[in-house]
Design a protein around this ligand. Structure first.
Ligand SMILES: N[C@@H](CCC(=O)N[C@@H](CS)C(=O)NCC(=O)O)C(=O)O
Length: 214
């Protein structure tokens, strides 16, 4: 059985959504990041980077990195509809956006949430966060342009893992209503993705945990 080390409001959302899309049995292990459990020895023994998510495979091996875990699971379990296979004409566009969302957009949120990693001087924090806020918007712009021209999903009418990553990134936005107001094509993609039963279930679970009702 898979074991997903998971925390609400984190990059564990996408791997969980893929496990659910595939209908796989898995154990969900909550890492309470609000109490710093991701930095404690028990979790560091699983993921020495101290980041969530991590996936334990049935043979005991550990995978980290949300995009790698998600793609691995989708390909391993034949979810070719949401992860176009090697010879699929949509493969290139799919990989382009999956990587962009995981590597560029996702990372743009880091200085906002962890400004202390960009400067040891606490006085620098407001400036780092202000610039991160601008940078986040810059990084959403190409996503909006692509979805406006090719949407509603990244692959047109075909829902994919890339759309799960857009939704996940949007949950990190401090003012999601402003994000969708500014980027309507992103808003439409997120709204459609959220209506899918599996995604709705994962979102509801995040909410339940956030208000202390796991
Ligand atoms: N690139 C990694 C990023 C993982 C990551 O940074 N997760 C955040 C939560 S979204 C985390 O564990 N933060 C704790 C920390 O950085 O100390 C992935 O996509 O899995």
């Amino acid at each position: 059985m898979y074991r997903l080390y998971w925390a609400e409001g984190t990059a564990s959302f996408a791997p969980q959504a893929v496990l659910e899309e595939a209908g796989l049995a898995y154990e969900l292990v909550r890492i309470d990041t609000t109490r710093g459990e991701h930095s404690k020895p028990d979790y560091l023994a699983i993921n020495p980077a101290g980041r969530v998510p991590a996936l334990e495979l049935p043979d005991g091996a550990i995978l980290t990195e949300s995009a790698a875990i998600s793609l691995y699971l989708a390909e391993r379990h034949g979810l070719e509809e949401i992860a176009p296979a090697v010879m699929d004409p949509d493969r290139g566009t799919f990989l382009r956006w999956l990587f962009y969302l995981a590597v560029t957009l996702q990372e743009a949120y880091k200085p906002f949430y962890y400004p202390e990693r960009w400067s040891a001087d606490p006085g620098d924090r407001p400036r780092i966060r202000a610039r991160a806020t601008e940078r986040i918007i810059e990084c959403w712009q190409p996503v909006e342009a692509h979805l406006a021209a090719n949407g509603p999903y990244h692959l047109g009418e075909r829902f994919s893992l890339a759309d799960i990553f857009v939704l996940m990134n949007s949950t990190w936005h401090v003012t999601p209503e402003q994000l969708v107001e500014r980027f309507p094509a992103v808003g439409r993609c997120i709204a459609l993705a959220s209506e899918r039963p599996v995604i709705a279930r994962c979102l509801a679970q995040q909410k339940r945990v956030s208000v202390g009702r796991l």
